[in-house]
Write a protein that binds this ligand. Sequence first.
Ligand SMILES: Cc1cc2nc3c(=O)[nH]c(=O)nc-3n(C[C@H](O)[C@H](O)[C@H](O)COP(=O)(O)OP(=O)(O)OC[C@H]3O[C@@H](n4cnc5c(N)ncnc54)[C@H](O)[C@@H]3O)c2cc1C
Length: 436
Amino acid sequence: MWEFETDADYQKDLDWAEAFVRDEVDPLKYVLPHALERKHPIWQALVPPLQREVRARGLWATHLGPDLGGPGHGQVKLALLNEILGRTPMAPIVFGCQAPDSGNAEIIAHYGTAEHKAKYLKPLLAGEIFSCFSMTEPQGGSDPKEFTCSAVLEGDEWVIEGEKWFSSNARHSEFFIVMVVTDPQNPPYQRQSMIIVPADTPGIRILRNVGISFGEGTVGRPVEEGGHAYIRYEKVRVPKSNLLGERGKAFVVAQTRLGGGRIHHAMRTIGMAKHAFELMLERAVSRRTQGELLAKKQLVQEMVADSWIDLEQFRLLVLRTAWRIDRYKDYKRVRGDISAVKAAMPGVLHRIASRALQIHGSLGITDEMPFMDMISNAYHLGLADGPTEVHKVTLASSLLRNVKPAEGLFPSGHVPAAREAAFAKYAEVLEKVGRD
Ligand SMILES: Cc1cc2nc3c(=O)[nH]c(=O)nc-3n(C[C@H](O)[C@H](O)[C@H](O)COP(=O)(O)OP(=O)(O)OC[C@H]3O[C@@H](n4cnc5c(N)ncnc54)[C@H](O)[C@@H]3O)c2cc1C
């Protein structure tokens, strides 16, 4: 059975979330010094009360199952909620489902010991701390086989040495999950491990906090300090027990977080693109030129129509993928679908935000409107969690994997052979009825 409706009870929650995000959460971006500066008095005064309201409504960390303190709504319901949260940068934090913490929590839930869960997972799920995923290196990110940052066992301690690039949120985090080479003699996919490193461990040097032009949710304000750390680990010592999962299994551990993380970004992207689309519609029916509204111009109408088609196609692909995750509960089985969503997402946001910018004219390109911020975000989405090219390769490989080659010289769709077969199949009838 095919259905395109949300159940009535959950729709009430979504309606509540929509109004709450618009009226209570969105204004935060103008007054908070930084989304992650938890210790700032303004943050402390404004954010925790909103988080309490979300909890009371039962919408806190809805990506988690009851065993981890969430309602276990599954990915389809999360997609519908994330569409709303994607409209403004603080919403995922207020609803307890922000990246990279949500993915890091999944890793610790799957692979952490009882001690890791008590020390790191519990405060993370309670929204009391932030965390960082430290994997990419300055010499290469798309191919983790290029990584060299290493950890060597000395007695009961790992000693970590090397550099990491673009470790988002490091300066606001209490701990990092670091991917390190522990077994260089093994085959390529079994050389690295994941290790928890508390942020106050001696030897962690943040060389720079790299910023992004626009796209950090700072509409109208300069980014003073970037959110993406270039880190040098200089003989950083952590207990042997900080290993997450099995030694040499970092690739397996990483997949636990990346599948979910990618689809969650896609869900939030729908929200962002929808916001641009709504602004485009409003402008088209508000602005006049040559004696008529922009909405009357056919080229403007084309932009509106193309944007709706982009958005709705993408939304259906995301919801279908979310449905398949809920259905099969196996990220491996939906890897190709997630890669398709990941590859489609930057283009959808880029196209819709660009058209919205264009329809707003000079105002559209200023920092008084969010479009350049969204366009910059589209580039984030084409890089973070793996570049588009790599996801297209993953999708194509999964589509091609079980395809059988044609049996003869000509393809199976070759018309002469199909025609001949059809004539053979209906020979008796054709004989009786005659061919004219
Ligand atoms: C906003 C943002 C947040 C991020 N946060 C984190 C984080 O928290 N932790 C973390 O560890 N990393 C993070 N990253 C890094 C991200 O994972 C890397 O940027 C990504 O994996 C690409 O690596 P790279 O930047 O080194 O590009 P490279 O690996 O140098 O690739 C550059 C380009 O080469 C091309 N390319 C690469 N591979 C292929 C291929 N197989 N076929 C064809 N073309 C290819 C693509 O055009 C690609 O964009 C973040 C990145 C961004 C933009």
